[in-house]
Design a protein around this ligand. Structure first.
Ligand SMILES: CC(C)(COP(=O)(O)OP(=O)(O)OC[C@H]1O[C@@H](n2cnc3c(N)ncnc32)[C@H](O)[C@@H]1OP(=O)(O)O)[C@@H](O)C(=O)NCCC(=O)NCCS
Length: 225
């Protein structure tokens, strides 16, 4: 299994880095591949309950590669971490195959949640340089997270999100992607519909909050009487 995952990681590097020349060079020189090798060893120790050894391996790997992956995180084979420095992947994060992670990406928590508090990244997601994805939600497959974005809520499949806090700028579908390549207008109607849905949800939430506040105020007034 370890070798199968390693092969998949090397293949992912080859597919995603135009500068990659061959598997042997990748194995020797790609810190993202090294970090995943160490992570899988650390995960083995974590699973047999030797958690201190697991953490020590993960810290040693961070020292070597600049990439910190908690041994309890779940990362499939076939993920590519490019350049690596400053990447942090938290305890309850999940990363599925085909995903590309650039330098400075954090898959973290907001500090407000307990239990599942790190994101789940589905297949073929691009996490651009410096993106911070914070919380226990899902980033749908094929999504692109722009460089420097701070993502605080669920991202639909094939959406591109940018900015702080991240907002959807477009949604590609496998069909329109094939038809239009990188046409920025593809999926624009879907974005408008989604934004309308989000706005409606927010309006409903605000109305609920206002109602609750009015009820509390009413209760306090009747107490005083
Ligand atoms: C988000 C990204 C992946 C492009 O995705 P895309 O689906 O092709 O999106 P587009 O380039 O069509 O951009 C869509 C809109 O978002 C804006 N945008 C793109 N990236 C952005 C970013 N990081 N921050 C803010 N806005 C951004 C574009 O200006 C465009 O706005 P417009 O419609 O008003 O012109 C890309 O812009 C990005 O951030 N790449 C960085 C990759 C990286 O980390 N490289 C490091 C290699 S070492």
């Amino acid at each position: 299994m370890w070798f199968k995952n390693l092969r998949a990681d090397i293949k992912a590097a080859k597919n995603n880095d135009p500068a990659a020349r061959n598997g042997f060079e990748i194995l020797l020189t790609y810190s993202g591949v090294h970090a995943l090798m160490w992570y899988r060893l650390a995960r083995f120790f974590h699973r047999i309950k030797l958690k201190l050894i697991a953490r020590m391996i993960s810290q040693f790997a961070r020292f070597l590669t600049g990439i910190e992956i908690h041994p309890a995180a779940k990362i499939e084979g076939g993920v590519f971490i490019d350049h690596g420095s400053g990447v942090v992947i938290g305890e309850t994060a999940e990363v599925h195959k085909g995903t590309v992670i650039y330098q400075g990406v954090t898959l973290g928590g907001t500090g407000k949640e307990r239990g599942k508090r790190h994101p789940t990244i589905m297949e073929n997601v691009t996490l651009s340089a410096g993106a911070k994805v914070l919380g226990g939600f899902t980033v749908g497959k094929g999504a692109k997270i722009g460089a420097g974005a701070v993502v605080l809520k669920e991202v639909p499949p094939y959406a591109t999100v940018v900015g702080i806090p991240a907002r959807i700028v477009r949604i590609r579908t496998p069909e329109n992607e094939a038809e239009h390549g990188h046409d920025p207008h593809a999926g624009i109607i879907a974005v408008a519909a989604l934004n309308a849905e989000i706005n409606a949800e927010e309006a409903a939430r605000k109305e609920e909050e206002a109602k609750a506040a009015a009820q509390i105020a009413e209760a306090e007034r009747s107490k005083k009487k």
